[in-house]
Write a protein that binds this ligand. Structure first.
Ligand code: BGC
Length: 261
């Protein structure tokens, strides 16, 4: 637990499910105030909000498509209206689609880029404007992926969006460091979340993915949110522009495990 987080306010885009929900639930345990943003699935937002409350946090739910201009500002306004402040902004909302790249339409490409990359830009921009206007320090945490580094055939839009987030995080971290705004990213590997539920419910597919992880298993959402909480807290006060890989070693060239090669 991080004492300094108690009573602070976080906005989490896509906070209704998967890694976003795990972050909301963990920050509830830190007794924070949370704005859960969701786009379509109100039921999952309500379920996550209930858990946040049971965990000791305060919470509101706010609908909005983060890829649209102005939505991030609405989320921040809602946070300030309800809780009086906005301390930490999580650009977490994301999506992935699979198709051979030569068959992907421009619309399909744009949808992934606009949610994952434009959404991160719009959220970061709105948060920075809020902190600068109010003369406050700030903290942005982006959800990237091991695929900011590992190429992923048939998921080119996703990999491109995450590679884009990597340099966006590093660039903005440098740009706003003197204003005391920290900007970092978490890079999950294969985690048991709804985005992967179907795939990992098949034992053969689970085993195949697990074999690509040096630790030999799929990660739990709580293992990712633990890293997010550390980046949110003052315990990471001298960390900015960094990628925190939470992946059981997936980016370490697992094919070479046991001295092969
Ligand atoms: C993707 C998952 C995938 C994992 C490892 C993540 O970014 O969302 O679907 O299992 O990377 O490849």
């Amino acid at each position: 637990m991080y004492k300094d987080l108690e009573g602070k306010t976080a906005v989490i885009t896509g906070g209704n499910s998967g890694i976003g929900a795990a972050i909301a639930e963990r920050l509830g345990k830190e007794h924070m105030n949370i704005v859960i943003n969701y786009r379509k699935n109100l039921d999952s937002a309500k379920t996550t909000a209930e858990i946040v409350k049971q965990n000791g946090g305060k919470v509101i739910i706010k609908q909005g498509d983060i890829s649209q201009d102005g939505i991030a500002d609405e989320l921040i306004d809602a946070a300030v209206k309800e809780f009086g402040e906005m301390d930490i902004f999580f650009n977490n909302a994301g999506m992935e689609t699979q198709k051979p790249t030569h068959e992907v339409s421009l619309d399909e490409w744009n949808r992934v880029i606009s949610v994952n990359l434009n959404g991160t830009f719009l959220g970061t921009k709105a948060a920075i404007n809020y902190w600068i206007k109010n003369n406050k320090q700030g903290n942005v945490i982006n959800t990237s992926s091991v695929h900011q580094q590992i190429p992923w055939p048939t998921f080119a839009s996703y990999a491109a969006s995450k590679g884009g987030i990597k340099l966006f995080t590093e660039t903005t971290a440098m740009e706003y460091a003197k204003k005391n705004i920290r900007i970092n990213q978490i890079c999950p590997g294969a985690i048991n979340t709804p985005i992967n539920a179907e795939k990992f419910s098949d034992p053969a597919a689970y085993a195949e993915t697990a074999s690509m992880v040096p630790m030999g298993r799929i990660g739990k959402p709580e293992e990712v949110s633990a890293g997010a909480a550390w980046l949110a807290s003052d315990e990471s006060s001298y960390v900015t522009g960094q990628s925190l890989f939470i992946d059981g070693g997936m980016v370490l060239y697992p094919a070479f495990q046991d001295g092969k090669g």
